[in-house]
Design a protein around this ligand. Structure first.
Ligand code: ADP
Ligand code: MG
Length: 372
């Protein structure tokens, strides 16, 4: 009940502040995994191996063959706002779309047991470090500690155990291990399609065979076939388009300036033709190589198929959109699922129209074939 007496205002302690922030970034095992996959990709990995126990709640492990982390960086690795990807203010606009400005590992260390084994090409052995609440600590004693030398390959293995062990309300909100696992598989499937040259594998701890396994050095259609099946892959249309070049006068605008145009964009799209009919739309959307959601875009692209597909059936659409990072709304917190960007409506419309045109072409040539 509200009291007439004002209560003293107190400063929250730092661990509590960090725990609150962590909860906003790491919602569930799949959101932690998304961060780790992006880190591995940022590190130039060509192989990413994931192991999962209890839908990622008990164990989530990701092993990559990327550049590794320097031993000297390990003490601050899991502190908030420590990153190798951003150093100047002007980098900020570039980086905001990619992630968390050094918050992912920090957040994880506040809501789970985090350990890292890493080796750079220059190291003669790997180093192992365990973290709690942002700090490097000894896993057994919980006291401040140092990285320990160990055996290991080039690259990084990140292990997350007992997610949300210290936030009981969060923990009790999770009901279905199998639902968490299918969300994990969904994230991996999508990143695997967006990164067909990288080999992905995912298995349940103790299982003999992986549930997902893609080769390295593959291409997009092959990976779609592997992960979504032949019925989708054989009906795919591939199309690329970009912002129309502005009318330009060579005297006062050179190539460099044109590249700087914050409104320029590029889209690459794989979508099914009229022969494929699914119950629910499968929509993969990457903006600047980050997996995002946009209900508006999904609706707009699905409506392209009205009149093409029978009522109640839906297409498969994979869209990779690259826009100037300055055009992405930086006021929207990066963890928010929904993204907004400059000229969103125009870009969506151009893509929808292009898809419509391609679908009409195919339909036309089919009719033509039947007639001859
Ligand atoms: P951010 O990705 O925004 O920098 P993170 O908390 O996700 O923040 O990671 C912090 C830093 O840790 C990264 O900038 C990177 O230098 C290093 N790092 C994390 N994961 C890996 C990895 N798999 N391989 C190499 N370096 C990594
Ligand atoms: Mg990151």
């Amino acid at each position: 009940a509200p009291s007439s007496e004002p209560k003293p205002i107190r400063r929250l302690n730092e661990t509590l502040i960090n725990k609150i922030a962590a909860g906003e970034i790491i919602h569930r095992p799949a959101s932690a995994l998304k961060e780790l996959i992006e880190n591995s990709l940022d590190a130039g990995s060509t192989s990413i191996r994931i192991t999962v126990k209890d839908g990622g709640m008990k164990l989530l492990q990701i092993q990559d063959n990327g550049c590794g982390i320097r031993k000297t960086d390990l003490p601050i690795l899991a502190e908030r706002f420590t990153t190798s990807k951003l150093s100047t203010f002007s980098d900020l606009a570039r980086i905001t779309t990619y992630g968390f400005r050094g918050e992912a590992l920090a957040s994880i260390s506040h809501v789970a047991h985090l350990s890292v084994v890493t080796k750079t090409k220059l190291d003669s052995c790997a180093w192992r470090a365990t973290y709690s609440d942002g700090a490097l600590v000894d896993q057994k004693t919980g006291k401040a500690s140092e990285p320990r030398p160990c055996a290991g390959n080039d690259g990084t293995t990140i292990t997350i155990e007992d997610l949300f062990y210290n936030t009981p309300t969060r923990l009790s909100a999770f009901r279905s291990i199998s639902e968490e696992y299918s969300r994990i598989l969904d994230v991996i499937t999508k990143y695997a399609i967006h990164n067909p040259t990288v080999s992905f594998a995912c298995r349940k701890g103790g299982a003999a065979s992986p549930d997902i396994s893609t080769p390295s050095a593959s291409d997009t259609p092959t990976t779609i076939r592997l992960l979504y099946g032949h019925s989708i892959a054989k009906e795919l249309i591939h199309h690329q388009l970009s912002s129309s070049k502005k009318q330009r006068n060579d005297d006062d605008m050179d190539e460099d300036e044109e590249e700087e145009d914050p409104e320029s964009w590029m889209a690459e799209c794989y979508f099914t033709n009229a022969n494929y009919q699914a119950k629910k739309m499968v929509f993969l959307l990457f903006i600047n190589h980050r997996l995002v959601e946009s209900a508006r875009m999904k609706r707009a692209l699905e409506s392209v198929y009205t009149g093409i597909l029978p009522k109640g059936s839906s297409p498969f659409v994979y869209l990779s959109l690259q826009i100037d990072p300055r055009s992405v709304d930086v006021n929207v917190h990066p963890t928010k699922r929904e993204v907004h960007f400059l000229n969103e409506e125009t870009i969506t419309e151009r893509i929808a129209n292009a898809m419509q045109e391609q679908l009409a072409k195919q339909n036309h040539s089919r009719t033509f074939e039947y007639q001859t």
